[in-house]
Design a protein around this ligand. Structure first.
Ligand SMILES: Cc1cc2nc3c(=O)[nH]c(=O)nc-3n(C[C@H](O)[C@H](O)[C@H](O)COP(=O)(O)OP(=O)(O)OC[C@H]3O[C@@H](n4cnc5c(N)ncnc54)[C@H](O)[C@@H]3O)c2cc1C
Length: 427
């Protein structure tokens, strides 16, 4: 396959890392040529950093700014809560981006961006200049919608665990410490939020753990939405058949406050609920740095972009990816999608910095697997293409599909999907 085809078909590129088709280049970002700064080394940012280097034949210098020591994946993190996977299973070092691809990795946090001067300031005090900036800071939480969570210690006790890392470990410990017969309550915000099926998968994983270790315990799902937002019939079947008497699903439960001292959740219309372990996924929006830079133009929550290049509609030379963007219709906020944004954006940035036209027809694919037990999995898939008339991405009719039933074969595909996407993003 020609390099040009890779540049034009982000959807096909997921095989690249898995096939090991990389140059083995160990040179650093160097000092000449254009400079791209990438903010955030998650699914969107790490992919973009790698592919700008690859597709510019290492002619474009790339600096990736990321505070974490290693990449920790949210996909598969619910299995850590269920006890069948460990943090080591979902952690990948950034070494290949640096050694193989010559990305300049700076372990720091971007505190401000000056779009006019094309500079970013880092918490450590230094400043970087860029020709183009790629922002993939994920999500941050709208804590003001749950006033009680501002009380000292509240956020250490009532966890979200919606960014894989220390909170994943801490929630697992809370579940282990919970006495048999206790109630784990999971509060889900109104869509759109990161990973539509993720909360329902989490409920299955906790129920799977309870069914083996604490069979008198309950999983109570308190959903702000009118119904399960993804793969509804498949999740409901799992709750009714596999976790009968353990899982209870209550829709239309919009949380408006939390009393962390008593583990109590308060709702707009329903009676309050007290739980042994309270897991609250708050409303969310684009990452703080994107909001502070004035890029969150959709309801002050999400960043509108030109889907041909991912350039922000609010600031030139700044491209936004991943969960931070205002999604097109039918487009989930997922790691797979962020990876596809990363490749489309990398190709466009390379084109723009080398005097070429960006690809006029980007295509993305997305597969989202959910574990309903330790082994059995369901999926939903879709293909999205650019529509020039509507200037947005549209779902290709008839593309994708949804599982007919949970099964173990899909479980093996799901783990293979994770290994492939981690390789494509980081190898
Ligand atoms: C429990 C759970 C399960 C999920 N399961 C799946 C799944 O099965 N499949 C799937 O496709 N998706 C899944 N997702 C969704 C997926 O994790 C996200 O959609 C994906 O991580 C989005 O990528 P991103 O690059 O936008 O953000 P992230 O991957 O979160 O990366 C953002 C990065 O930016 C960094 N950052 C933030 N601010 C700054 C700053 N100012 N300076 C420097 N760095 C900064 C952060 O440290 C972070 O590393 C799941 C999510 C959750 C919570």
């Amino acid at each position: 396959m020609q390099r040009r085809q890779f540049v034009q078909t982000a959807g096909a590129g997921s095989v690249l890392g898995a096939l090991g088709m990389v140059t083995g280049c160990a040179t650093s970002g160097g000092s000449g040529g254009p400079h791209v700064v990438v903010v955030g080394g998650g699914y969107g940012g790490a992919t973009a950093a790698k592919y700008v280097r690859l597709w510019s034949d290492h002619g474009i210098r790339v600096t990736l700014v990321e505070p974490s020591a290693a990449f920790i994946s949210c996909p598969i993190s619910n299995l850590v809560l269920g006890g069948s996977k460990t943090m080591a299973d979902i952690t990948t070092p950034y070494d290949n981006l640096v050694r193989r691809h010559g990305v300049n990795l700076v372990r720091d946090m971007v505190t401000s961006i000056d779009p006019d001067k094309r500079t970013v300031k880092l918490a450590g005090g230094s400043e970087l200049t860029y020709d183009r900036l790629i922002l993939s800071p994920g999500v941050d939480f709208m804590w003001d919608t749950l006033p009680g969570m501002a009380k000292p210690g509240a956020q250490d006790k009532v966890l979200h665990s919606w960014k894989a890392g220390p909170q994943t470990v801490a929630l697992r410990k809370q579940l282990e410490a919970m006495p048999d017969g206790g109630v784990y309550a999971l509060s889900i915000p109104l869509a759109p939020y990161r990973c539509p099926p993720g909360p329902y998968e989490r409920a299955c994983q906790v129920a799977s753990y309870f069914s083996k270790a604490k069979p008198r315990s309950k999983v109570l799902i308190l959903d702000a939405n009118d119904d399960v937002t993804s793969k509804g019939p498949l999740f409901k079947k799992a709750w009714a058949e596999r976790y009968k008497g353990i899982v209870e699903y209550r829709p239309k439960h919009k949380a408006v406050d939390v009393d962390a001292a008593t583990n109590t959740l308060k709702f707009e219309f329903n009676d309050e609920v007290k739980a042994s372990v309270l897991n609250v996924i708050p409303d969310m929006r684009a990452g703080d740095i994107a909001v502070r830079t004035g890029l969150a133009t959709a309801n002050k929550r999400w960043c509108e972009v030109d889907f041909l290049t991912h350039e922000s509609r609010a600031a030139k030379n700044i491209h936004v990816l991943g969960d931070s963007i205002q999604i097109a219709p039918g487009m989930p906020k997922s790691g797979h999608m962020a990876n596809q944004h990363g490749k489309t954006c990398a190709a466009a940035v390379v084109a723009l910095l080398t005097g070429k036209q960006p690809n006029a027809l980007p295509i993305y694919n997305n597969t989202c697997y959910s574990f309903v037990s330790e082994e059995d999995v369901v999926h939903v898939a879709s293909v999205h293409r650019y529509d020039a008339a509507q200037k947005t991405m549209v779902t290709v009719p008839g593309s994708g599909g949804v599982s007919t039933a949970a099964n173990e074969l899909e479980g093996r595909y799901a783990l293979a999907w994770a290994r492939n996407i981690w390789a494509d993003t980081l190898a």
